[in-house]
Design a protein around this ligand. Sequence first.
Ligand code: ATP
Ligand code: MG
Length: 221
Amino acid sequence: MLQIKNLSFRYKKQAILDNISFSAKPGEHISIIGESGSGKSTLLKLLYGYYDLPEGEIFWKDNQILGPDYNLVVGYDFMKYVAQEFDLMPYISVSENIGAFLSNFYPEEKQDRINELLKVVELEPYANVKVKELSGGQKQRVAIARAIAKEPEILLLDEPFSHIDNFKKQSLRRSLFKYLKDHQITCIVATHDKDDVLSFSDEIIVLHDAKIMAQDTPQSL
Ligand code: ATP
Ligand code: MG
């Protein structure tokens, strides 16, 4: 279980997040929603240890992984984060970008794993295309493939389909979220997209005025 306890974050005295607590079971899919500026991205960044955590504690399987002056997340493989902006290597191919994150694989297994990941994010036809020649939505899918390459236990996704058209989004969403469920990867997804939320998440957290305003299953919200 991922447990977030009493997490708060301020910027110049303004509370961006105020005493946030929730938990997620292994394989569970939690959607974080709320208006622009409500703190969704900040919450994911804090969970990933991107900022020092000023207040609060985070536990995974009963072990503390984050706290003030305590960070067992950045540089570890069990939790991965795909930001709203992503950072790829433009001059090498899609396959090579993913392969660069599979340094622990034997060469003969590596290609199989790359092919499997290309399938999950529906980028097989682009395997050998240089990243600089991809669209924004295609780049976003490369970033997602890299994040799941080493089978993290927890995946944090910030607006994962924001650069992807509605038509493509539907099949991609189904493919990715099924993969995460099948592999029991806990995912926390900041999103504006009602379809992600209503069709795929187990629980919804609504942020408003720095606090959790509501928390429920998609059926009852
Ligand atoms: P969106 O839906 O537009 O992505 P969000 O819910 O992800 O919005 P955040 O990016 O978390 O919102 O921002 C929450 C608040 O924190 C905003 O008021 C923003 O101005 C502020 N904020 C975020 N990052 C920083 C930063 N690095 N420095 C100062 N303020 C910040
Ligand atoms: Mg955001």
